[in-house]
Design a protein around this ligand. Structure first.
Ligand code: ADP
Length: 263
């Protein structure tokens, strides 16, 4: 049943992916076909010397389409999750240098963690990817600068706990909150933010895959991801990952260079 559910979820994701890709691809093909059409017209009019800009436009669309397929292939080739005991505080601390390089100088970075933070059970590389992608989103939402806070704490969520997201089973979690002081998100953006290929960024800058991958990671880790945002004030993304209760010692943080931004 577990495997069937996973397969169904995979098929659903593939369906959404295909729809998103088809849409973006169609836009790029329209650009290429339109440019070729204009070139043909100019040549027929005996103004073949004026086709340079149409060639440039067709090339640009073709290159963007190629970049899109590359990202799709990278997405399809994602490594299967390898959950292990992870010390999230050490993992985040190990990313500090990478995060500072990723953010602009006008963004202050603050990292905090509870002293007695529980180990969590998740794939450490995916967690790094998630945090890096959340930081990139936060950076993009703060073009004028601001503050990015990454805070990890223990969250023991009882069934009756008002803080427990309804879709999350009661239990012990490590909550990682990534908060920015950026543009915030309108309710209609929040509603679509986890959809694969949903982006409000210009073509070539956003892939719309960041939050959908984080959603998949949270689901498969038996955790949760939630958005709280207010337009004009900022955004907090909360990632809940299950507490690790075994006795194995947490893995050392992986090399930060392994993390890949997807948008
Ligand atoms: P991408 O970043 O490539 O657009 P994502 O899936 O990561 O893809 O995000 C989808 C959309 O959600 C973004 O285009 C943006 O509109 C919105 N978004 C995500 N994170 C933030 C944030 N921290 N602040 C404001 N908007 C955000």
């Amino acid at each position: 049943a577990e495997a069937a559910l996973r397969q169904a979820q995979k098929m659903e994701a593939v369906g959404q992916l295909t729809g998103g890709i088809a849409h973006d691809f169609n836009n790029l093909l329209t650009g290429i076909v339109g440019s070729l059409d204009l070139m043909q017209t100019r040549i027929r009019q005996g103004r073949g010397d004026q086709i340079e800009k149409y060639i440039a436009a067709a090339l640009a669309c073709g290159q963007r389409a190629a970049a899109l397929t590359h990202r799709l292939l990278a997405f399809a080739r994602r490594q299967p999750l390898e959950p292990r005991p992870v010390a999230a505080d050490a993992l985040i601390a190990g990313m500090e240098e990478l995060l500072r390089r990723t953010l602009s100088e006008r963004i202050a970075l603050e990292i905090t963690a509870a002293d007695d933070l529980w180990p969590t059970l998740c794939d450490p590389h995916q967690l790094e990817n998630a945090i890096l992608n959340l930081a990139i989103n936060a950076r993009d939402a703060m073009p004028e600068g601001g503050r990015l806070t990454i805070a990890a704490r223990n969250a023991a969520l009882a069934r009756t706990d008002a803080r427990r997201p309804p879709s999350l089973a009661a239990g012990d979690y490590v909550q990682i909150r990534v908060t920015d002081t950026g543009t915030g998100m309108a309710p209609e953006v929040i509603a679509k933010a986890f959809d694969p290929f949903f982006t409000t960024k210009p073509i070539g800058q956003g892939t719309g895959l960041g939050l959908s991958m984080i959603y998949g990671f949270a689901q498969q880790s038996e955790g949760h991801v939630a958005i709280a945002s207010e337009p004009g004030r900022g955004t907090t993304i909360s990632l809940y990952l299950p507490r690790y209760r075994g006795t194995a010692s947490p893995v050392r943080p992986p090399e930060p260079e392994a993390a890949v931004p997807v948008g």
